[in-house]
Design a protein around this ligand. Structure first.
Ligand SMILES: [Zn+2]
Length: 818
């Protein structure tokens, strides 16, 4: 078809390129990707970038792209920036045009075998994160093409050679391009950075950072140890040496993700790496998991990469699943299992119970939409699924299967189905294929009901979407007869209903006793009424935590009233395990949020009073941090004001005091100027002052000022540091500013497609959560529902994100009606 157009074009005196280019849509379609990977191989990029420190001047560069062509046909490069039209193809100067984000090299200019294209270009700033003193490129999932001409699809791996021309005194770091890697893993960083080097497990480590605080910088040696520990563990588990020779990391202020796994140039968020002087156990665990996650990616993601971004979850699931195993070494078994529930299971439930949920595996037609695939289903439900799969296969069988998979696809690309083939071969009896059909390819989770019936314990699953499927899994049920007599029954759900003879009726049944099962475990009505409070304070830590999740879910389902919790949590305040304490407090605040203002004041006051009962540093830190973002009661605000004014409590760092200042300024509008001015004076570093100046504008009580700030952060050029923009939106959307701030909801939703297209992968999600997380009015919900009904053909993945973010609001309104 295109050949005919070409002949016609010559006859008509038109250029061939403009007609040809029309047949390629913007972005990288699945069809284009499939054609290219068939025909093009052995790609190498020789890249030069000129990086000015003047932000008004664009980055420019040159690319010499060499590749092997199987047969003579036109070659399509992806590029969004600018070039003059002149380039050199196989040694000859040619004029090419660009359309729909592609440069098309006609077939007659190339030949089967080796080809070279030499192009000078100007990059878009889009993915370059340029700041006055430093910049870093971040191309995942499909932004390399905004910077240089390339084949921007993950299964066209390439080697890279990079020359960076940078201002004097700037340091640089570039992805390790000696090995073939996908374009989304290629990155370069340049700027005024401090530098440290180290050696762990025989690998040289090089770190770049901008942090000045010596107490924070000193934490680097611990981070290096965590890197060494992670490398060691991964080599042991996979039986494969670290596939890259050097470990480079750069720690960035205001970074938009937790981290990104560019081999040799891993990027990490400074807030996740440099902790305050008294980090909570949660923060330490989370740093270890982040380091382990990015390190695990060197095998899962970097060495073996996905074929197409719809499988992006497969690299994330292994990074998280391995991170969780690596972190196990650092913490006790109980804390580890508990942390798994807390980190993965609770978050997976939070999205899976909404109507915006979706299968782990989703289809992706064009890389344009790849960023919409990222959410808690892929990061948190996928590891839960892996753990259940490991339960069914057996740990050593899974490990062996993964080893075979990594060896088979060494520096190649593989899909989830390729992995399933390996695992099925490894352990045919496990039913891995059927497992994957339900757990990976279907959305949602079962309702699981546990009851006593005539001498039997009956456990039954229901599919909430009526498809008649069931989720194979194993878990424990605890039967309690009295304080001295209880026992555990293991349930292996190989069919939708399982019954076990248990004899006489227990006084109480705790479903999912150790948290190994996944679904919504409904408590039997008879038992709910009887639930003795002391049960929860006497269980083991893991069991107590699992029961907390079940109770909270039953609260959300309307099966347990709010007042039940105030008593329960009063008991829980004696809690000594900080991981459990954190969740108890989180739940308490969520329930307080659902209450009337006066009930909420009382609850907040109770929580503060409990500080006198539980004097642990953990409880003080957790409670005051929550208050700093949420307090409404005047007496509580007074107490918070005292802590903030003194700024002397070592449990809190500068970000904590900034958060307190925001809340106090919003709650005391007549003092907002004094409070923000005082806080600004306390901040020592330029980075923090810049952040505070940006975010604290949201504290201005003037409604017009708030509206114009909102209008400002909608625009791409004003959200260079995405976390700051999100924080600003969260403050503008504060609970106490409802209903006046309801208008941001329709405005944000109308702009959502633009926001998604002009931001990094997690931003649209986080934007919606910041926007909707603090609303509870019917008017707010109506804005969302009216938007959804007015847009029947909206991008389904983006629509799901709206539904997920609006679910707590919707669930609250529905419970109000009951
Ligand atoms: Zn990851």
């Amino acid at each position: 078809m295109r050949k005919i157009c070409y002949i016609l074009a010559i006859l008509l005196g038109l250029t061939c390129q403009s007609l040809n280019a029309q047949s390629y849509e913007p972005g990288v379609s699945k069809e284009l990707a499939a054609q290219r990977v068939q025909n093009i191989s052995d790609v190498h990029y020789d890249l030069t970038f000129d990086i000015p420190d003047n932000l008004q001047v664009l980055v420019s560069g040159n690319a010499i792209i060499s590749f092997n062509l199987a047969r003579k046909s036109e070659v399509v490069l992806d590029f969004q920036g600018n070039f003059t039209g002149t380039c050199i193809v196989n040694g000859k100067q040619r004029i090419l045009t660009m359309e729909n984000e592609h440069i098309i090299i006609p077939a007659e200019l190339v030949a089967p075998g080796a080809n070279t294209i030499d192009i000078s270009f100007v990059s878009l700033d889009k993915a370059l994160n340029r700041n006055p003193e430093y910049m870093y490129s971040l191309f995942v999932p499909d932004q390399a093409r905004s910077c240089f001409p390339c084949f921007d699809q993950p299964d066209m791996r390439a080697t890279f050679n990079t020359t960076l021309n940078v201002p004097q005194g700037w340091k640089t770091m570039v992805s390790d391009g000696r090995y073939p890697i996908p374009t989304y893993l290629y990155s370069f960083v340049a700027g005024k950075f401090e530098e440290q080097t180290a050696r762990r497990e025989g690998y040289p480590i090089r770190a770049l950072y901008r942090e000045q605080d010596p107490q924070k910088v000193a934490q680097l040696s611990k981070v290096f140890d965590e890197i060494g520990g992670s490398l060691h563990w991964m080599e042991g588990y996979t039986g494969i040496k670290c596939p890259f020779e050097e470990y480079g990391l750069v720690i960035l202020p205001g970074y938009q993700f937790g981290g990104m796994e560019h081999p040799g140039a891993i990027q990490l968020s400074d807030r996740r790496i440099f902790l305050g002087s008294n980090p909570s156990k949660d923060e330490e665990l989370s740093r270890m998991e982040l380091v382990a996650h990015e390190t695990a990616h060197l095998w899962f993601g970097d060495m073996v990469s996905l074929k197409w971004f719809e499988d992006v979850w497969t690299k994330e699931v292994f990074a998280n699943f391995m991170a969780s195993k690596i972190t196990r070494r650092e913490f006790s078994e109980t804390d580890h299992d508990l942390n798994f529930l807390k980190t993965y299971q609770a978050r997976a439930l939070a999205i899976d119970r909404t109507e915006g949920t979706h299968p782990i595996a989703k289809e992706l037609k064009n890389l344009n939409y790849a960023s919409m695939l990222y959410d808690d289903i892929i990061y948190d439900k996928a590891p839960v699924m892996m753990r259940i799969l490991e339960d069914i296969m057996g740990a050593s069988q899974l490990q062996e299967g993964l080893h075979n998979y990594l060896q088979k696809y060494f520096f190649k690309n593989a899909s989830w189905d390729d992995l399933i083939v390996e695992l099925d071969r490894q352990c045919p009896s496990a039913g891995v294929r059927q497992f994957s059909e339900v757990w990976v390819k279907q959305k949602g989770m079962p309702l699981i009901h546990t009851t006593y019936d005539n001498g039997k314990l009956v456990v039954s699953q229901t599919d909430p979407y009526g498809r008649g499927i069931f989720w194979r899994q194993k878990f424990e049920v605890r039967l309690i007869y009295d304080l001295n007599e209880s026992r555990t029954v293991t349930i292996d759900m190989q069919q939708p209903t399982v019954s076990v003879d248990i004899g006489r009726r227990p006084n109480f049944i705790i479903p999912n006793y150790t948290g190994r099962g996944y679904g919504r475990f409904t408590l039997d009505d008879d038992y709910t009424k009887l639930l003795p409070l002391r049960l929860i304070v006497t269980r083991g830590d893991l069991q107590r935590y699992a029961l907390l999740l079940t109770l909270y879910d039953n609260y959300l389902m309307g099966r347990i009233p709010a007042n039940y919790f105030s008593e329960l949590y009063r008991d829980m305040m004696k809690e000594q395990n900080p991981l459990i304490m954190q969740t108890v407090i989180d739940h308490m605040f969520k329930i307080a949020f659902d209450c009337t203002p006066s009930e909420r004041h009382t609850l907040e006051q109770c929580i503060m009073d409990l500080l006198k009962e539980n004097k642990s540093a953990d409880s003080r830190q957790i409670i005051l941090r929550k208050m700093a973002a949420n307090a409404t009661a005047p007496e509580v605000l007074n107490q918070l004001y005292k802590v903030w004014s003194a700024q002397s409590d070592p449990l809190f760092d500068e970000h904590d005091y900034m958060e307190m200042a925001y809340r106090l300024a919003i709650m005391r509008p007549q003092q907002w100027k004094d409070i923000t001015a005082k806080q600004l004076g306390k901040l020592r570093s330029d980075n923090l002052q810049e952040e505070f100046n940006y975010v604290s504008r949201a504290c201005n009580p003037d409604q017009n000022a708030q509206q114009s700030l909102f209008n400002e952060i909608i625009e791409k050029e004003n959200r260079l540091h995405e976390p700051w923009a999100l924080h600003t939106l969260r403050l503008l959307s504060a609970d106490t500013r409802e209903p006046q701030n309801n208008g941001y909801i329709p405005q944000s939703l109308d702009a959502l497609t633009y926001i998604q297209q002009t931001s990094d992968i997690f931003f649209a999600n986080n934007w919606l959560n910041s926007l909707l997380g603090s609303h509870k009015s019917q008017e707010a919900l109506s804005h969302v529902e009216s938007f959804i009904s007015r847009h029947p053909d909206y991008q389904p993945n983006l629509l799901n994100k709206i539904r997920v973010a609006a679910w707590p609001l919707k669930n609250f309104r529905e419970k109000q009606k009951q």
